[in-house]
Design a protein around this ligand. Structure first.
Ligand SMILES: C[S@@+](CC[C@H](N)C(=O)[O-])C[C@H]1O[C@@H](n2cnc3c(N)ncnc32)[C@H](O)[C@@H]1O
Length: 410
């Protein structure tokens, strides 16, 4: 009971402070006055406030179009029914990655902050992450996808924005299932996924293929689709991070459970056998093979229960660090998970301390007039300065401190 109450009292995470919309949410009235194509979608409630009908795909798509144009100078469009991103929500993920990249928990691979390079797994027709990352922060991207419609429209959305088009490469994931299911599927693959396939009699280099095997396909709830990272990332390529908004659901019925909004989304975009858990598990398996080709591996997670099992999987494969966050998405909760194989920059607590459940230390320099809350804040800043990530909870009067994977103190 006590625990439940405490959980309810936890302050809700807020929009990222660097998000363009954190202080100034989109002003529908202003946008309607500036963009005649948007104005038919805006109506006024009894309280006099302008609104749009979130269940109307035309309205959500036009809102995204005008926000990308007005606030980011981007020219953008998607065909009917394709997944329509909400710009403020998607920006939160970009800013979280920005935080990860600037944190010094793991050393930088690339010392030139101007040359950040990311990989967007499943960029979609909307290509939202490369467009936002390139326009907001000047990041370069490879955006991958499997469907023709996603690849065609992502290309279009890049080409219609010449200011950033040099920064973004759209990469087709070769599904190549015949090679994948070939007799020699157990052969070792090169890091770029290409291999010589003697069974086809030609001995030619096949297109990139994944570590997919027939066994994977039979194992219940395991990912059985085209390559995700391994087999798509080329030999010798390195990236500062990868990101992914995975197909969250196992079926379209499950995907259609939120009738309050209409953001489109076809089955290819929303659904994969085994859902997000299987998809992200495959990203984890790929990361084990690609190791330090990426400084940070990240993904969005739609279900908190999956977050737990994914963290367990990461523990199993021996990553050096795991970070999680919660994204504010209107009424819906989403989480972010990040991990790395890069050895940590420094150890801030010696391993034997981590085995202790109680840790005592002394804070010096606290002034007599300081109250309890100041003590708590000092504890927070002490650990923050040591490179840890901290969450102060004034209600439960505690600080959650997490840093190196194994070392977690409350
Ligand atoms: C939920 S949508 C995300 C689209 C976009 N990134 C966004 O945030 O709105 C998932 C995307 O992943 C793509 N996809 C599915 N399997 C993939 C794979 N193996 N490699 C790359 N993309 C894949 C789908 O075609 C779809 O475009």
């Amino acid at each position: 009971m006590k625990n439940k109450k405490r959980r309810r009292e936890q302050p809700r995470p807020t929009i990222h402070p660097r998000n363009k919309y954190s202080e100034n949410p989109p002003d529908f009235a202003l946008l309607a006055s500036l963009y005649p194509s948007f104005s038919p979608f805006v109506f006024y409630g009894r309280d006099g406030r302008p609104r749009i009908d979130w269940t109307d795909f035309g309205a959500t798509r036009e809102l995204t179009r005008v926000l990308l144009l007005h606030d980011h100078g981007l020219d953008w469009w998607i065909p009917d029914g394709q997944l329509c991103p909400t710009v403020p929500n998607r920006s939160n993920y970009i800013h979280w990655i920005e935080d990860l990249l600037s944190s010094e928990i793991i050393p930088k691979i690339n010392n030139n902050a101007d040359n950040i390079r990311g990989f967007d797994i499943g960029t979609g027709a909307n290509c939202i992450y490369p467009l936002l990352g390139a326009s907001l922060l000047g990041w370069a991207f490879v955006g991958s996808d499997v469907t023709d419609v996603a690849l065609e429209w992502a290309e279009r959305n890049v080409k219609t924005n010449p200011k950033i088009s040099d920064l973004i490469e759209i990469r087709k994931v070769d599904t190549c299932m015949d090679a994948v299911l070939g007799e020699d599927s157990s052969e070792d693959l090169l890091c770029n996924g290409s291999k010589t396939n003697p069974s086809n009699g030609l001995g030619r280099e096949s297109a990139p293929i994944s570590s997919y095997t027939r066994d994977d396909a039979v194992e219940e709830n395991s990912y059985s689709g085209p390559p995700i990272l391994f087999g798509v990332v080329r030999d010798g390529e390195t990236f500062d991070f990868c990101m992914c908004n995975p197909p969250f659901f196992e079926s379209m019925e499950e995907a259609g459970l939120n009738p309050k909004t209409s953001c489109g989304g076809t089955s290819q975009e929303m659904v994969c056998p085994g859902g997000e858990k299987a998809f992200i598990t495959r990203i984890i398996e790929d990361s084990v093979r690609l190791k330090q080709s990426f400084r940070w591996y990240t993904s969005m997670v739609g279900r908190k229960s999956n977050l737990k099992s994914l963290i367990a999987k990461l523990r199993e494969v021996g990553v050096t660090i795991v970070k999680t966050t919660e994204f504010v998405q209107g009424q819906t909760c989403r989480w972010g998970i990040a991990w790395s194989f890069v050895p940590p920059a420094r150890k801030i607590v010696s391993p034997y301390l981590a085995e202790k459940s109680n840790l005592s230390f002394m804070l010096e320099g606290l002034q007599r007039q300081f109250g309890a809350i100041h003590v708590l804040q000092s504890i927070e800043s002490f650990f923050r300065e040591a490179g840890a990530s901290c969450k102060l909870n004034v209600h439960s009067f505690s600080v959650d401190v997490s840093f190196l994977w194994n070392y977690c103190i409350k």
